[in-house]
Design a protein around this ligand. Sequence first.
Ligand SMILES: Nc1ncnc2c1ncn2[C@@H]1O[C@H](COP(=O)(O)OP(=O)(O)OP(=O)(O)O)[C@@H](O)[C@H]1O
Ligand SMILES: [Mg+2]
Length: 270
Amino acid sequence: MLQPHIPSGSCPDASRLVRVLKLELRGITKRFGSLLANDHIDVVVEPGQIHCLLGENGAGKSTLMNVLYGLYEPSEGEILIDDKPVFFRGPGDAMAAGIGMVHQHFMLVPVFTVAENVALGAETTKAVGFLNLEDTRRKIKEISDRYGFAVDPDALVEDLPVGVQQRVEIIKALVRDARVLILDEPTAVLTPQETDELLDIMRQLKSGGTSIVFISHKLREVKAVSDTITVIRRGKVVGSADPGDSTTALASMMVGRAVSLTLDKAPPNL
Ligand SMILES: Nc1ncnc2c1ncn2[C@@H]1O[C@H](COP(=O)(O)OP(=O)(O)OP(=O)(O)O)[C@@H](O)[C@H]1O
Ligand SMILES: [Mg+2]
């Protein structure tokens, strides 16, 4: 699982060796009673790539990611890391394998500080019931400086703008050494400026060797940041697309019929 990841153009340097994962979802099927939310889905997330899952509301994107993060047991199919099948009994197993997830709805405690929230998530306890806040504060500063997050470890979460709260969620995952980061509709809660900042953060994470599974139905963002696009419709993969494909082509693939977009520009909700 340990492989050298040398950013292109740089010299080999032991301090820059990071763990990169190849992740594969093979034949993942998830049923809720008679509802087939995921129908034999195959997706390969190559190391160090931003892989977009593009699909309309209800397509099955979050369900698939909840399976990957160990929250749901698949009805069928398997997850492979570096070509070896893995079984996750819960998110703890997924995290231990290097997978982190920022959910559509954040999981932060508003009345706690950033460091307290990160420490809670990372379970960095010195003794049962005591959070190792000093270590956590130091790690937050390190990560924040490395990626230009500008997050104050001592700020109260409820005082922070949504975009910064989201960075706290990303830090929570990075503190736990996530090598694949799942971002479930991360831009739905952001202003256009915050969205552009997040896209920059995603590019930086990628250049540091972190793979990202980016869930979205907004074509501008998808085209701006993705390396690979998998389109999901009604629980099935309907194909792969290229970020260079036109918004019209992507929109048609996503909704399953010809879509006419004036001047090839997506409407605001795409
Ligand atoms: N826990 C659940 N129990 C029953 N049905 C569910 C459950 N979770 C999701 N579903 C159903 O599975 C289908 C896929 O939902 P999912 O949330 O995965 O879609 P999505 O692509 O993430 O959509 P959105 O863009 O709205 O977030 C939907 O029909 C949804 O109602
Ligand atoms: Mg969803």
